[in-house]
Design a protein around this ligand. Structure first.
Ligand SMILES: *Cc1c(COP(=O)(O)O)cnc(C)c1O
Length: 382
């Protein structure tokens, strides 16, 4: 059997090793230190915000972003139904209620028309809308050109879930910079990793200071440990920040590799009937994951058939996120749906997209897909 090929493995090597060893030898084996400070400055510079707060995960970043906005019990927060569960969980942690919104069928990002609709309905009902959390799905920015004016007019703050999108742009502006505050993730499978980590980015110094305070157990700056409210232990280790700095130095190179890979998938699937790349028109995507949608009526096969074929060769693929409105944990939550996310979940597939894939592995994956597609296309035309 061949060695497994994963969807998105960490891409770490000699540079990461040297940064980590330097941090270890410096003695800063702590959840604060010079690498944390430098990492925050470097990420803020990259995203184009004036501030950043390093934390232990993207989920923690989202949680603190909402707390920083004062979101809490009695509030509702608009969340795209097509996302990873962390987006919705962060809302639940605050005691607010997520309301799920369906997606644009082509991009998978939140449907702007539905957001406008829902804001009106909620307002008519007298609900307090604490925030909208657009998700930059698979590394493609949501349609901020349309979303931001709608949210501004309704006076609803935007928390950008850019966990998948570091390095992506929308009309030349960087992912993470669009909302009042943005959340990044450095989980092991993301575009760059600290093995686990996250960051809040933004220009609102007061909000970021509040988030930092809460991330440090809400400890008051006094000699005695004094805490006037319940905080969290959400800090990022200095060692992991050092790892993050090495990854950030290589971010563009890693994004380039993912883009090249997506282009090769695009070329392979171009002549195949019934297959489209999700979000293919977005030239600003960081191409974190390449995802396809298979229309079985036109292709003659299902996404699950390709997944099963690749699994036989130890090649990992995954279905597009199971929408939040289908999750037992969120049964009974309110949602505004068109069926677009259900269709993407049923007909979508994410393909191996990591920047650490070797040329041999990529050739193998493309070859296995080509074999499958050729056999199926021949079968359906006889
Ligand atoms: C990964 C991810 C998160 C959570 O990040 P963690 O660092 O794993 O906590 C949040 N939202 C989205 C859309 C993600 O993909």
């Amino acid at each position: 059997m061949t060695e497994p090929i994963y969807l998105s493995s960490p891409d770490v090597g000699a540079l990461e090793e040297s940064y980590l060893i330097s941090a270890l030898r410096s003695g800063w084996v702590t959840p604060f230190g010079p690498d944390v400070d430098a990492f925050e400055q470097e990420v803020a510079a990259r995203v184009g915000t004036t501030g950043a707060v390093a934390v232990s995960s993207g989920t923690a970043a989202l949680h603190l972003a909402l707390l920083g906005l004062g979101v809490g019990p009695g509030d509702v927060v608009l969340v795209p139904t097509l996302t990873f569960v962390a987006t919705a969980n962060a809302v639940s942690y605050t005691g607010a209620r997520p309301v799920f919104v369906d997606c644009d069928p082509r991009t998978g990002n939140v449907d702007v028309g539905l957001v406008a609709d829902l804001l009106q309905r909620l307002r008519a009902r007298g609900e307090r809308v604490g925030a909208l959390i657009p998700v930059d799905l698979f590394g493609s920015c949501a349609d901020y050109t349309a979303l931001l004016p709608i949210c501004a007019a309704a006076d609803v703050p935007v928390v950008e879930d850019a966990a998948e999108a570091l390095g992506a742009t929308h009309l030349g502006r960087a992912a993470g910079s669009f909302g009042r505050v943005g959340a990044l993730s450095f989980n092991g499978n993301k575009i760059m990793t600290t093995s686990g980590g996250g960051m809040l980015v933004g220009d609102d110094a007061a909000l970021l200071a509040r988030a930092r305070h809460l991330a440090h157990q809400a400890r008051e700056p006094m000699i005695q440990y004094e805490h006037r409210e319940t905080g969290y232990n959400y800090r990022l280790s200095n060692l992991l920040a050092a790892l993050g700095r090495a990854q950030l130095a290589r971010l563009d190179e890693m994004i380039d590799r993912r883009r090249q890979l997506r282009d090769r998938y695009a070329k392979l699937f171009a002549p195949v009937p019934g297959v489209e790349l999700i979000g293919a028109e977005d030239s600003g995507s960081n191409c974190w994951l390449t995802a396809i949608r298979v229309h079985p009526q036109r292709s003659g096969w299902h996404a699950a058939d390709l997944a099963a074929h690749l699994a036989e060769w130890n090649i990992e693929t995954r279905h597009v996120w199971k929408p939040m409105h289908q999750q037992p944990a969120y049964a009974g939550a309110e949602s505004l749906l068109t069926g677009a996310a259900d269709a993407l979940c049923a007909e979508g597939l994410t393909l191996p997209s990591g920047s650490a894939l070797t040329e041999r592995q990529i050739t193998f994956v493309l070859g296995m897909i080509d074999d499958f597609v050729t056999a199926r296309t021949a079968a359906s035309s006889t």
